[in-house]
Ligand binder design. Structure first.
Ligand code: GDP
Length: 604
């Protein structure tokens, strides 16, 4: 039986808005999806809710039923609501078309007890970037101390049942969250107080456990989108379709799960999708959706459709889909279409993302699951404070061949012999090979975790390297021996010096320039007014102790050199390399100029 559709919907010919759920881990995204879907999904098509590929469809009637208590006369102009089943920003990142979002609206879940967290902010940035409107679900209100449950009640009704203490705690936490959003440059307000939905985003308090606020969330989602997105939601006959996932299914080979946003797909349609190697042209063998009776469903059997109209989630089977890139668009070739033109169009999106990647000769290898997640990752790489140069990229699982590519850095820059694997599987062969070759693989499905891991690894690498090269590091300095300050002439030499240029550090090998240059010894200690220090800077007057290098003897003041000789750091090609690779942050332009000068002096 067809769900009843209202007249206005037919008149306006709107399609269902597409919604996805984002937020920090454990904020309750999955639970909220379950709660919105209700248990009736398990009982088949009760309430008209249908499970689709990668999404759940809520007919308007179902939403009207569930929000009756809230507003009995809710006018719904859209046929329903399509909610994407996979929570998290990876799925959102995938729902893209030419840089803008296919999701018409998003739910950003915030745990009322926790407030905004790293992933909330990451999600928020993605939403801003794609210019996607969202509603904040301020979840877990039932965790407020002494909350009285009101199963599935509208939030105002539930709130009325609470004691003053609960209300106070709620208001206090709400105002904190509003302040946190403000710090991110976003205005938010409790939804029924929100008078300006254009400027201010709405907050709906919810509980994914007992269902309070869920009616409000559903109604607001539908009403806000149908009110403000009429143009975007007007059904068009042109196919707009995005590949969400590429999956091997027993008996069907490689299939693609797509979200059909607009238009109609037919069995037998000629389609074009894209792969790294180029466009794939093939024909739709079957259009599949799950059986409505979920429990009776024999694993691997689906409903076949002759045609499917947007908006829906569908599984497509066809020949040659193996290398399809998830997150790209699917095109249909019409009878009068120029195939070459469509092939170019199909590749355009991928090309534009790939073109944005600035690869360098020395850098890490980045691997992501889909075009969308790759794009999100690279956007974050570009804006992150930690600069991570990228030498190569890949899509899909990490295989041995990727490890081999990354291992090229072992020769060029060892610390970059690493793979940043975002939201992808690493095959066990790849992991084994990486271990053998010394390629480090970082895996995370949260961008900032990946950054943190890599940052810690680079710091650790540097610290270890610094320890290994402690003998080789030489900071540049020029020292003038002060008259009447020669305290000891040899073994050790103890002198008062003025730092004319650069920085004098413990361990620095010093030499003097006569006909040629000759080594004097190493700085063993430095004192300023009798206090030991580890370095002295330009302009300072200090006393230094010089001992022989490598247990050898040092030179003798008065015999090998005198007051007229300046002491300079003995730099080498190697010491310059060490400064360059490990001490960049300690080196000023001035210090580099001095290195430059000494380099000419030592003719290196
Ligand atoms: P996700 O990582 O965002 O998908 O979070 P989940 O949906 O897996 O929820 C994380 C944990 O929080 C689980 O233990 C849930 O049972 C719990 N949880 C989620 N929503 C609520 C809620 O509204 N109230 C309470 N008390 N717990 C919740």
């Amino acid at each position: 039986e067809e769900p009843e559709t209202s007249h206005s919907q037919v008149e306006k010919n709107l399609r269902s808005p597409i919604c996805c759920i984002m937020g920090h881990v454990d904020s309750g995204k999955t639970k909220l999806l379950d709660c919105v879907r209700g248990t009736n999904v398990q009982e088949g098509e009760a309430g008209g809710i249908t499970q689709q590929i990668g999404a759940t469809y809520f007919p308007a009637d179902n939403i009207r039923d569930r929000t009756r208590e809230l507003k009995s006369d809710a006018k719904l102009n859209v046929p329903g609501l399509l909610v994407i089943d996979t929570p998290g920003h990876e799925s959102f990142a995938n729902l893209r078309s030419r840089g803008s979002s296919l999701c018409d609206i998003a739910i950003l879940v915030v745990d009322i007890m926790e407030g905004l967290k790293a992933q909330t902010i990451e999600s928020l940035n993605l939403l801003k970037m794609r210019n996607t409107k969202f509603i904040v679900a301020l979840n877990k209100v039932d965790r407020l101390y002494r909350w009285k449950r009101c199963q599935n009640a509208p939030i105002a009704k539930a709130m009325n049942k609470q004691s003053k203490d609960v209300k106070d705690e709620f208001n206090w936490r709400l105002s904190q969250v509003i302040t946190q959003f403000k710090e991110q440059g976003i205005n938010t307000e409790l939804y029924h107080r929100n008078r300006d939905m254009q400027e201010t985003f709405s907050i709906v308090p919810t509980s994914a456990i007992s269902g309070e606020g869920i009616p409000d969330l559903l109604l607001l989602l539908v009403q806000w989108s149908q009110k403000t997105m009429v143009e975007k939601l007007t059904y068009r006959n042109t196919v707009q379709c995005t590949v969400l996932e590429v999956k091997v299914v027993e008996g069907h080979g490689t299939t693609i799960d797509v979200v059909l946003v607009n238009g109609v797909l037919h069995e037998g349609d000629q389609i074009v999708v894209c792969s790294i190697q180029g466009p794939i042209v093939t024909c739709i063998r079957a259009l599949l959706t799950p059986h409505p009776m979920k429990e009776l469903r024999v694993k691997g059997t689906y409903l076949h459709h002759k045609e499917v109209k947007a908006a829906q989630g569908i599984k497509i089977t066809a020949q040659g889909l193996e290398h399809t890139i998830a997150g790209t668009e699917l095109y249909v070739v019409g009878p009068n279409d120029d195939l070459q033109y469509i092939k170019d169009a199909a590749m355009e999106d991928t090309r534009s993302v790939m073109n944005k990647i600035q690869t360098t000769e020395k850098g890490v290898y980045v691997q992501a699951s889909t075009l969308g997640s790759l794009e999100a990752l690279l956007e974050c790489l570009n804006t992150s404070v930690v600069k991570i140069p990228v030498s190569g990229i890949g899509l899909g699982p990490v295989y041995k061949k990727d490890v081999i590519k990354a291992s090229a850095m072992l020769e060029k820059k060892k610390e970059y012999a690493a793979i940043l694997a975002f939201d992808v599987r690493v095959t066990s062969e790849a992991r084994e090979l990486a271990g053998e070759l010394g390629v480090t693989i970082f895996c995370a499905d949260i961008i900032y975790h990946l950054f943190d891991q890599f940052k810690a690894y680079i710091n650790d690498f540097k610290e270890r390297k610094k320890k290994e090269t402690v003998e080789d590091v030489v900071f540049p300095c020029v020292l003038k021996i002060m008259p009447n300050c020669v305290f000891h002439k040899k073994d050790p030499i103890v002198l008062g010096v003025a730092v004319l240029e650069g920085i004098a550090k413990i361990g620095t090998p010093l030499c003097i320039r006569q006909k040629d240059f000759s080594d004097v010894g190493r700085i063993a200690s430095i004192q300023i007014s009798g206090n030991p220090v580890d370095h002295a800077s330009q302009g300072q007057e200090v006393s230094i102790k010089i001992v022989g290098d490598n247990h050898g003897q040092c030179k003798e003041f008065g015999r090998d050199f005198g007051l007229e000789d300046k002491l300079v750091s003995h730099i080498t090609r190697k010491s310059i390399d060490v400064l360059e690779s490990l001490y960049e942050e300690d080196m000023s332009a001035e210090l580099w100029n001095l290195v430059e000068k000494l380099k000419r002096y030592f003719k290196i």
